[in-house]
Design a protein around this ligand. Sequence first.
Ligand code: 5GP
Ligand code: ZN
Length: 109
Amino acid sequence: MAACIFCKIIKGEIPSFKLFESEKVFAFLDIQPLSQGHALVIPKFHGEKLVDIPDEQLAECLPVAKKIAKATGAENYNILQNNGRLAHQLVDHVHFHVIPKPNQQEGLG
Ligand code: 5GP
Ligand code: ZN
């Protein structure tokens, strides 16, 4: 979809820090991370909400989110996927957040 910022990121028209790319999936760092390593995993198929994405286009998203979560080394993390404004969705292209929580030892001085 021409006006979609995540479609532009997939096409390289908007720069991003790419973490992973395959035929159906693209993953990159969030521009306003909630924690170090906060990543977004998106299907290349444009759809606004989860129900708009065919299963075969979605299938690889969670396995990629899992790989990224593992690669961060975080023992605690959230996988989030927002649908609709009231559910805090700001970008209308389906995306899974991978939000690592710093390990507890860090920050305990
Ligand atoms: P939402 O609230 O829609 O679930 O989350 C959208 C996410 O996309 C936000 O965390 C925001 O920081 C991220 N984001 C918005 N625009 C850009 C962009 O141009 N580049 C990157 N890397 N992330 C973006
Ligand atoms: Zn899009």
